[in-house]
Ligand binder design. Sequence first.
Ligand SMILES: [Zn+2]
Length: 92
Amino acid sequence: MKNGRCPECKHQRILELPSIPDQTGSHADAKLGAKVVPEFLQGPDPVVGQFSATICLGCGFTQWWTKDPEELLKQNLPGAQLITGPDQGPYR
Ligand SMILES: [Zn+2]
């Protein structure tokens, strides 16, 4: 939808949210992401794989996006599995 068009309803007004706030209330400015770095290791950005979203204003269809997705491979993410597709030769 980052091209400004909803794949579901073809609407052409898309809202991009740069971050998704945590809704738990314990940390009002916390952002959702794939992993929160332990407090003693935190730098300026405590969230790895911070989520953002694009939302169609016509139908509400929402896509989630992850910042720096390759960084997630360096993290211990319980239950996470890397799924790779088949190699693609020169002919498709
Ligand atoms: Zn839509």
